[in-house]
Design a protein around this ligand. Structure first.
Ligand code: ATP
Ligand code: MG
Length: 266
């Protein structure tokens, strides 16, 4: 897959950000893990978060759909707007939020249920579909979009956990897609996969970006360069540099970015 930055750049009119983070800091108890980060994320772009282990990529990613709520010591300061609305406001329905801003994890985590149920569960609890035939349609379409349909269409009643690692990860992507999200967050989605399964997921990400805002955390510089149009480099809780992926990799402004992408640390 060729880098596709130029295409995204010429795609035209300046859109408003899907997610806008303003002065976001995250603490675990007394310890500050993210320090005053502001960033805008756009639909139809893949945004890559890169940086050395422990710099706060996962922590910051989790603020974008309030996954940090599940960690009792975590506290988030600042503002995160989804289509201009503060997701940390008290009236926010967090279950609804996580359907709008879906997440795919490092280790594929299908439910211990059938392939069909893995996909149908979300639309059912969110009341997206009422009839069996509607649900069947969503299951097929989600699996199609995730590039898994042909491999599983004859075994929808098999357990999701019986699939290969790469298939499980595509199942998890299909599950996220099924509730019609606006943003998909992926935290090192390929790190447990072999190169072929990884290439599959990268192609899929490129296909999906037409519809969603996608944010991907990756340790692979090659992957960031292949799949993303925007790259954010984090270091020790700070957002050091954010820009076009081609600029970050060929012409970084900051010394720390240069050191990281040339492999001097991390
Ligand atoms: N649940 C937690 N409780 C306390 N501290 C945490 C927790 N999760 C992360 N941290 C700390 O916050 C900092 C950032 O961690 P985070 O997992 O966000 O880094 P990361 O960039 O995703 O690293 P990696 O590349 O290794 O996944 C680290 O110092 C880490 O020890
Ligand atoms: Mg992480």
């Amino acid at each position: 897959m060729e880098p596709n930055t130029a295409e995204a750049e010429t795609a035209g009119d300046a859109p408003s950000p899907k997610i806008s983070a303003r002065d976001v800091s995250v603490y675990y108890g007394e310890k500050k893990a993210i320090d005053n980060v502001s960033i805008d994320v756009f639909t139809r772009y893949v945004t890559a978060f890169i940086g050395p282990s422990g710099c706060g990529k996962s922590t910051f990613l989790r603020t974008l759909n309030r996954m940090n709520d599940t960690i009792s010591s975590a506290r988030v300061d600042g503002e995160i707007l989804l289509d201009g609305e503060d997701i940390y406001r008290s009236k926010m329905d967090v279950v609804q939020l996580r359907a709008r801003v879906g997440m795919v994890f490092q280790k594929p985590n299908p439910f211990p249920k059938s392939i069909y149920e893995n996909i149908a569960y979300g639309p059912r609890i969110h009341g997206i579909s009422s009839t069996k035939s509607e649900l069947d349609g969503i299951v097929e379409q989600s699996l199609q979009r995730a590039g898994l349909w042909n491999e599983v269409k004859d075994r929808l009643n098999d357990s999701g956990t019986a699939l290969s690692g790469g298939q499980q990860q595509r199942l998890c992507i299909a599950r996220a897609i099924a509730v019609d999200p606006e943003v998909i967050l992926m935290d090192e989605p390929c790190s447990a996969l072999d190169p072929i399964a990884t290439a599959r997921i990268e192609e899929l990400i490129d296909e999906l970006r037409g519809r969603y805002a996608i944010v991907i955390v990756t340790h692979s510089m090659q992957q960031a360069a292949r799949v993303s149009q925007r790259t954010a480099f984090f270091h020790m809780g700070n957002l050091v540099e954010y820009g076009k992926t081609s600029d970050i990799f060929t012409n970084p402004r900051e010394e720390r970015t240069k050191d990281y992408i040339t492999g001097r640390y991390g």
